[in-house]
Design a protein around this ligand. Structure first.
Ligand code: T5A
Ligand code: NA
Length: 216
């Protein structure tokens, strides 16, 4: 049986450079002759994604629990597509995933385990690259402050929850769904961030015979 492709998730605070780095990573994979597909959450193109988009732009108000479930549902919309692509040998690079879902909603005060529950059993990434940057450095970048969660206290809380998730992902008890979480210093130049990411991705591009894991 031929190996399946790896599932790579890019996480980070707002403006940490995720979208920039996802594009660079896709280009590098394709230049190496590796089929690769970029996905982004929230995927604002679906019906659910359009509701999320309006909420993030403060064009609508939704209960905190409801918007959390919509973010999760937006991932489930693409779960079978992710699995199919991996089995077909296409590397999936995902700009944000369930970790963002937990970090942002828990930062609003919703219980951590409640936030995790709807994402349990989603396909687990083989590698999560967390682009770490201080909220101050992120705020100095273009376009900051246009959307709902781009406020300093919120970003500080989100960062603390990402650190907790990182400890869990690299800790014991993850069983088959255990997947590596690597923190990358996102305050470096774009080229340095991209090199640091590639050092972790390149050893995986030949694929794997491990089954696709499930989150948590
Ligand atoms: N959310 C998301 C939830 O609450 N629950 C969920 O389940 C999910 C999935 C929107 C919001 O939704 C929340 C989290 C978010 O608050 P989004 O659409 O991913 O999520 O929006 P952002 O994270 O804000 O994405 P951005 O596109 O705005 O930021 P990126 O992708 O991190 O950053 P990027 O690459 O666009 O770069 C930002 C700027 O910095 C520059 C770029 O040129 C750009 O101007 N830059 C650098 N500058 C200097 N040095 C570098 N190394 C740089 N890298 C990039
Ligand atoms: Na943003």
């Amino acid at each position: 049986m031929s190996p399946r492709a790896p599932f790579i998730v890019i996480e980070g605070l707002d403006r940490s450079g995720k979208s920039t780095q996802c594009t660079t990573l896709i280009n590098r994979l394709e230049a190496a002759g590796i089929p690769a597909k970029l996905l982004k959450f929230p995927d604002r193109t679906t019906t659910i994604g359009q509701m999320i988009d309006a909420y993030l732009k403060s064009q609508s108000e939704l209960d905190d629990h409801l918007i959390h479930l919509l973010f999760s549902a937006n991932r489930w919309e693409l779960a079978s597509t992710i699995e199919r692509l991996l089995r077909e040998g296409t590397v999936v690079v995902c700009d944000r995933y369930a970790f963002s879902g937990i970090a942002f909603s828990a930062s609003k005060g919703l219980p951590f385990e409640w936030c995790r529950a709807p994402d349990v059993s989603l396909p687990a990434p083989d590698l999560t690259l967390f682009l770490d940057i201080s909220p101050e450095a992120a705020m100095a970048r273009g376009g900051y402050g246009e959307e709902r969660y781009e406020k300093r206290e919120m970003q500080e809380s989100v960062r603390r929850i990402f650190v907790r998730l990182a400890e869990e992902m690299n800790g014991e008890g993850m069983g088959d769904s255990r997947s590596a979480w690597i923190t990358v210093d996102a305050s470096q130049t774009m080229d340095d961030v991209s090199e640091a990411m590639w050092a972790h991705v390149q050893p995986m591009i030949g694929g794997t015979h491990r089954p696709i894991g499930r989150l948590w």
